[in-house]
Design a protein around this ligand. Structure first.
Ligand code: SF4
Length: 330
C-alpha cells in the first residue's frame, strides 16, 4: 500500500478530459492505496481569477469527484485552503528551493509571458505543489506528462531538505510519479488539450441535449467537406472520443463508415452523443443528488479537512523540531 496524493484545480464542474485523464485513475487507486485527494484552491489564485465564483467552483469540483467515484470511506477528500499547513510548509521549502530551477520550469516560462509584472506566486507554484505532497509524506503522485517536471522538483526539495535537516534518517520520501496511461484528451476544437480556460470542454454532468449542442459543431477531419468525401478517422477527435465512450464494435463501424463516406459527420456525432450521455449518466445523476444535499458535501469536506489537518500537524511537529524552531510552550 502506498500513500498517494493528488490535487485538482477548482475549475468548477469536471470535464471529460479531467475524468478520462486523471479521475478514473484516482478512483482505481483507491483500491489498495492510502489516497488523499485535494481541491487545490490556493493554486488557483496565482493569476487573475474570479473571486466571486472561487468557493462555488471549489464545491462543484468536490461534487464532481464524489459523483465520479471518489469514496470518502476509502480516500481523504479535502480543500487545500482548509489545511493552513500547506502554505506554511511551502514557505519553509521556499527557503531551500533553487531560484534557477524554478525559473526553468516550462509552465512558468509559458505562463509568465502573459504577465507584464509576473507574480511571485507563479514562480513558487511548484514549491506549493511540493508542500502539498510532502506534507502527507506521500510516496506516489498520479501525474500527467505536463506535471512531471514539477514532481521532479518536489523530489529535489525532499532530497535537499533531508540533506539539510534530517541527514541521519530521511524524513520525507521522494515521491514517485504514477504516470496515467497516455490519455491526452483534445478539446472540441481538435487543436488543443481539453481545458476549461479554452472553452473547448464537455462537462461530465452535462445533460444529453447540452452534450449534443457541443458535439454538433465540433471539429472533424477537414477533408470531409461534404457527406460524400471520405475521411481519415485517425486524425479526427470525434473518432478519438468514440474510442473512449463507444463499444469496440461501434468504434470499428465508425472507422469503416468514415473511410467509405458511408455516413456524414453529423450521423457519427449523434452516435457519440448517445454513447457519451449514457456513460456519463450515473455521474450526472449522482451530482444532481449531491447538489441537492449540501449537508453531505459539507460533512465530507469537513471530515476530510479534519483528517488532513491531523496528518499535516504531525508532519509539521517533526519539521519544526528538525529545523530548530522553538516549540510553543517549551
Ligand atoms: S465521420 Fe466521424 S470520424 Fe469521420 S471525420 Fe466525421 S466525425 Fe470524424
Amino acid at each position: 500500500m502506498a500513500r498517494v496524493f493528488s490535487g485538482i484545480q477548482p475549475s468548477g464542474e469536471m470535464h471529460i478530459g479531467n475524468w478520462l485523464g486523471a479521475i478514473q485513475n484516482y478512483v482505481a487507486l483507491q483500491d489498495g492505496n492510502d489516497c488523499l485527494y485535494c481541491v487545490v484552491d490556493q493554486h488557483a489564485i496565482t493569476g487573475a481569477y474570479e473571486v466571486a465564483t472561487l468557493a462555488e467552483r471549489t464545491r462543484e469540483m468536490a461534487i464532481s469527484l464524489l459523483a465520479a467515484g471518489v469514496d470518502p470511506s476509502r480516500a481523504v477528500l479535502f480543500v487545500q485552503s482548509h489545511v493552513p499547513e500547506h502554505a506554511t510548509l511551502a514557505w519553509l521549502l521556499a527557503t531551500i528551493a533553487p531560484l534557477g530551477e524554478l525559473e526553468r520550469m516550462t509552465q512558468y516560462k509559458d505562463k509568465a509571458q502573459r504577465f507584464e509584472s509576473v507574480p511571485t506566486g507563479l514562480l513558487t507554484y511548484p514549491v506549493l505543489m511540493a508542500a502539498d505532497i510532502l506534507l502527507y509524506r506521500a510516496e506516489a503522485v498520479p501525474v500527467g506528462d505536463d506535471q512531471v517536471q514539477h514532481l521532479e522538483l518536489a523530489r529535489e526539495l525532499a532530497r535537499r531538505w533531508n540533506a539539510a535537516f534530517s541527514r541521519e534518517s530521511p524524513f520525507f520520501p521522494e515521491p514517485q510519479p504514477i504516470l496515467s496511461p497516455a490519455k491526452r484528451i483534445m478539446g472540441l476544437d481538435g487543436q488543443s488539450k481539453m481545458s476549461k480556460s479554452l472553452g473547448n470542454t464537455i462537462g461530465v454532468t452535462e445533460a444529453p441535449e447540452a452534450i449534443w449542442q457541443k458535439l454538433r459543431p465540433a471539429m472533424t477531419d477537414p477533408a470531409r467537406k461534404t457527406k460524400t468525401d471520405p475521411g481519415t478517422p485517425e486524425i479526427c477527435n470525434i473518432y478519438a472520443l468514440h474510442r473512449h465512450f463507444s463499444p469496440p464494435e461501434t468504434v470499428e463501424h465508425v472507422a469503416t463508415q468514415c473511410r467509405s463516406a458511408g455516413w456524414g459527420c453529423i450521423d457519427c456525432k449523434k452516435v457519440l452523443a448517445t454513447n457519451m450521455s449514457e456513460r456519463l449518466a450515473p455521474i450526472r445523476d449522482r451530482s444532481l443528488e449531491l447538489r441537492g444535499d449540501p449537508d453531505t458535501v459539507r460533512q465530507v469536506l469537513g471530515d476530510g479537512a479534519a483528517t488532513a489537518r491531523r496528518m499535516a500537524a504531525e508532519t509539521m511537529v517533526e519539521v519544526s523540531n528538525r529545523m530548530g524552531f522553538l516549540v510553543e510552550g517549551a
